[in-house]
Design a protein. Sequence first.
Lengths: 246, 306
Amino acid sequence: MSLKHSWIIATKDLKAIRHRKTILYTLVITPIALSLLFGYIVQYAVSSAAPGTSVSDYAFLLDAFAFWFVIIAAILPSPIASYSIVGEKVERSLEPLLATPVTDGEILLGKSLAAFIPTILASYAGAAIYMAYADRALYGVVGYLYYPNWEMVVILLLLAPLTCLLSIELNVIISSRVTDVRAASQLGSVVFAPFMGLYIAGEIDVITLNAITLLVISAILAGLSVGMFYMSTRTFQREEILTKWK
Amino acid sequence: MIETEGLTRKFGGVTAVDGLTLKVDDGEVFGFLGPNGAGKTTTVRVLCCLISKTSGTARIAQYEVGDGADSVSIRKIIGLVPDNVGLYEGMSAYDNLDFYGKLYDRTESQRKESNEYFLKMLGLWEKRDSAAGTFSKGMKQKLAVARALIHDPQVLFLDEPTANLDPESAKTVRDFILELKREKKTIFLNTHNLDEAQRICDRIAILNTRLMAIGTAEELERTVKGRQTVIRLSRTSDAVVRAMERLSLSNLSYDGARAAFDVVDPEKENPPVVRAIIEAGGEVQTVTVQGSTLEEAYLKLVKEQQ
């Protein structure tokens, strides 16, 4: 497999994404807006708290907000992956691409990178804004920088990338059955539902979203991702694309 | 350059291409004619290693179609213009070519040179920075042909390259194919257009799932009914008709002042007929030898199979 070929395809798609305003705005606005909102809520909670409130009183709120960066990583790749695969299908540009010496795996990797890189960068940028905002608000109360903590490290280095990968893999599978970019994007977004469920479970104290729980979720996701990778590579084969894709 | 032996492709219970055996020589322009659903595009896709064959063998240059390692080698030496051009509509003409140049591992200077060469040759240089989506159908088709040639392939597969084009654009694309023919490129041309096939191709195959016929346009024309002599008479009589009947001409038909009969060698067979007509008191106005057209040959072969 040539990484060079994958990178050529990824950069072509990344360039195209720059011209798709809806995707671009989603990528930029979603993480920044949520980060600012969460930061503001933390600041408000701190400023309106009774004297003597400790950091543990905020912990459930902080853990919940941190988990949102997993949800962001689930949502953001969907429009990009849908555009990059279903878009090519609609433009009928996959056939000439498949006629080049590039392998199916290289194309799939290129398309995945084009969705993965901006999602992760946007998630990290959002997380950085949120952490800075929250730390600024909390520092006066706790006397140290609350973020980055182990939960955030697991979220940003394990959970968010794995979730992003899973979302991309799901989108590849969906792309084979759908001929409309928007429909593919909407269907692909359903991957956020289980994460939303985890978030709610955390909120109502069914589970605690601490570093250990997050590591367990990461391990499950890694397993799921391997299975989905197998399915997506089976779907993204030139024979399948040209004879079975709708 | 291209060789197939019993090449078959089935989709479930439906046979798209059935036992295709043919050989395309190096530098030959080979026309592939057939009705919709005849298996032309499937054949091209199999040969371009885009889909697998069900049975049979196929080779391009020294590479085996269907062999995993050879598939990549084949795709390196071929260029494909599919029936749907499939350009990146949001990208400029130049970037479309450059992207493919990169995928074929061309260096930056090679890409620059070939992008400029093809865009200028096809009259698209002035529009190089315009998005392909703003192009007319003809311009898109030309750009797709340039894209397929960007890596200087040994074999070019063209799937209906002039379909849906206006006559002027179709002519530009055809002229370009003729230019490539002069450069001795091997070209495999799928087309519905009989006139185009006749004008461009060295040999033509007629496919309707199975290979119906193969040969030069002239050879295919002869498969229908050979040639026919038509004699127009300015003066005729029963004696003239009887004189012609005595000659036992093949498929003689007589309609007032027009007589027609099949001939194999008109230069040898026509003079005695003319002589007999004159001796019987008739007067010959014109003698013409008509061949059947490629269209007749095509329709006959396709109809026969149906």
